[in-house]
Design a protein around this ligand. Sequence first.
Ligand SMILES: *[C@@H]1O[C@H](CO)[C@@H](O)[C@H](O)[C@H]1NC(C)=O
Ligand SMILES: *[C@@H]1O[C@H](CO)[C@@H](O)[C@H](O)[C@H]1NC(C)=O
Length: 415
Amino acid sequence: MRIHLKGDAICTLFLAVALCILLYSQLGHISNGEKKLQTSTKPLAAAPRVFHAPNNPRKPSQLQGTARGLRIISSESQARVASQEDQTTTPAAATPSAFDFKHYLRNKDNRKFDLLVNQPRKCKRVPGGPFLLIAIKSLVEEFDRREVVRKTWGKEGLVNGAQVQRVFLLGTPKNRTALPAWESLVRQESQTYRDILLWDFLDTFFNLTLKEIHFLSWADEFCPSTKFIFKGDADVFVNVENLVHFLEKQDPSQDLFVGDIIYNAQPIRTRKSKYYIPETMYGLGTYPAYAGGGGFLLSSSTMRKLSQACGEVELFPIDDVFLGMCLQRINLKPVLHEGFKTFGITKPSAAPNLKTFDPCFYRDLMVVHSLKVAEIWLMWNLLHNSQLSCTQKKQVKKAFQWKTKTKGPTKAYGA
Ligand SMILES: *[C@@H]1O[C@H](CO)[C@@H](O)[C@H](O)[C@H]1NC(C)=O
Ligand SMILES: *[C@@H]1O[C@H](CO)[C@@H](O)[C@H](O)[C@H]1NC(C)=O
């Protein structure tokens, strides 16, 4: 009997050890596979993003730790695969033409450009002024993007009883031979929609700071009656209902600056990076807190102060950081809000896997970055489908609580 038991125990032990060895070897196999996947996709995944949204580097760990985050991370790997496929057709932005800092510094004092197309009555047409002015950075040639924004989240009119107005912010196109008739097209567009602001500076990445300055002084001059402003990119999805809901509890005569705030970002000192900033241009080790340019909110009062302050701060080629410097000048701490995902959580690809393209997820958020024209269109229509029922209604409320979480050092303009 005893021998029998002993035999059983030995047998069990033996089996357990065998199982452990098997599991261990499997694990090793998986992690090896993962490593390979990472190293092979990393440069590929990074390249198209830089190519599409140069001022929005990755911030991958943003949502880790939440149950929702897990879902997002898993869909990110799908996005990686997708971007790998993109890569075969899109030429990599491998060598962005070197930025001429000397030239930039020499011309830094040249910071006033004419307004070629104005909408002087944009805010006067609304009695008492708009509740929310939506200002969207756009390039002249992005006619389709503007069109889809107009028809979806950027609609003018009443949103939950609050008046919303819209303007697009344009500079002159870099490549004029590509679209010789651009100016008359833009003027026609302006006559049709009355939402175009066009300034006489070249619309380049490093001139976005000029766009920032000129928009703020335009708002100060032509739209002082607005209560709040949302400023963002054309490739974002904005849940304007959520913005209005949030803003109803705020006072426009008080300071307010809310977005996806990046703390303690360090200037890039490697020459080959697109975000390279030499020490002669910025000597400090970290940037002031700034909002990711995908989208942020400010009050009318803050707009006036910033307009003044940005006029006094020296030009800096990265517009998000420049605005952070203006905020620092008026001693205003920007507030991080979890609803702003300006670095793009994932690229929800519409057709093949509808699960990751979940409108209920977007219902919780305010701003989501890096969407294609068709995705914005589809998302808006899914969200406004009366049959949409999201089971996690409680989470919707939760998402609007203030979270005064500060992030650790981030290297937003880093690798
Ligand atoms: C400008 O656009 C034209 C037509 O699309 C193209 O042939 C040309 O190479 C472009 N020039 C530059 C400098 O990108
Ligand atoms: C900014 O725009 C001005 C005016 O069009 C132009 O002279 C300058 O080269 C542009 N700067 C950059 C960095 O693109």
